[in-house]
Ligand binder design. Structure first.
Ligand code: PYR
Length: 292
């Protein structure tokens, strides 16, 4: 079953579907074993974690695809990937879609910001015309070879143009072939309900921390018509805070005793990886060699 099909099945099975950010392959393995049904690779996350850069459109297809491949090699949960603006004109966007499918992604979201994009929850975003975004979507949809590969349009228009205009754009994006709408940085029940009532495709709510949106619960979002709830960098932020504490403690105390209780144990690390099965396999192979 294709990754896209698995994503669509998960979406049907859980309303709303929670999609958790997994910054790397190990996080994806953890999310799966904990019981999540869908995972996400954040564009901001790739820029921050893999390249030490801000989320300002500096990374591109090759940078993101490397992380996609690492995650899909290690974990078979359907992966949604942030492809920013699609990284170029029609043929670049087509290449992005083809490479994402080849790398095992299940879904992507592409936005209507200008190429010099900003994080969706920051001020001074600029967006392209509706016609230009419609062309981006047509190029993406035309390049899809797996009909189940999920192509979502993200609109950043709410901040500049308001609710009605953002919904009009979303309607045009759906007419151009978008499978779902990511209404970025909208804030209230009224906003989510308005998107859900105006559109007959799945709606995504980005419940990112320290941004413009409250930390709504999936239950209330579901009641308002939201189909997918995204937590792009929640685990990454927690990892960073933990790492900061550990680096400080080692420097200040000369050892890590004060922070050992906040660490994942070696055994837990290994359990997620199936380390012991690998080791047993190795032992069996060596034993075979020795018996010859
Ligand atoms: C990001 O995490 O980069 C998004 O665009 C949601």
């Amino acid at each position: 079953m294709s990754a896209g099909k698995r994503f669509r099945d998960a979406l049907k099975a859980s309303q709303p579907l929670q999609i958790v950010g997994t910054i790397n392959a190990y996080s994806a393995i953890m999310a799966k074993k904990i019981g999540h049904q869908a995972i996400y690779l954040s564009g901001g996350g790739v820029a921050n974690a893999s390249y030490g850069l801000p989320d300002l459109g500096i990374t591109s297809l090759n940078d993101v695809i490397a992380d996609v491949q690492r995650i899909t090699s290690a974990c078979d949960l359907p992966l949604m990937v942030d492809i920013d603006t699609g990284w170029g004109g029609a043929f670049n966007i087509a290449k992005t879609i083809q490479e994402m499918q080849k790398a095992g992604a299940a879904a992507v979201h592409m936005e209507d910001q200008v190429a010099q994009k900003r994080c969706g929850h920051r001020p001074n975003k600029e967006i392209v015309s509706t016609d230009e975004m419609v062309d981006r979507i047509k190029a993406a949809v035309d390049a899809r070879t797996d009909p189940d590969f999920f192509i979502m349009a993200r609109t950043d228009a709410f901040a500049q143009e308001g609710l009605e205009a953002a919904i009009e754009r979303a309607k045009a994006y759906v007419a151009a072939g978008a499978d779902g709408i990511f209404a970025e940085a909208v804030q209230t029940e009224e906003h989510y309900r308005a998107f859900a009532e105006a559109l007959d495709v799945p709606i995504l709510a980005n419940i990112t921390e320290f941004g413009k949106t409250e930390l709504w619960n999936k239950k209330e979002l579901g009641e308002w018509g939201v189909d997918m709830v995204l937590y792009p960098l929640s685990a990454f932020r927690a990892m960073n805070k933990a790492a900061e504490m550990v680096y400080q403690s080692i420097l200040e105390n000369g050892d890590q005793k004060a922070v050992i209780d906040s660490m994942q144990t070696r055994m837990d690390l290994y359990d997620y990886l199936g380390y012991h099965e690998y080791e047993q396999k190795l032992d069996a192979l060596f034993a075979q060699g020795k018996n010859k």
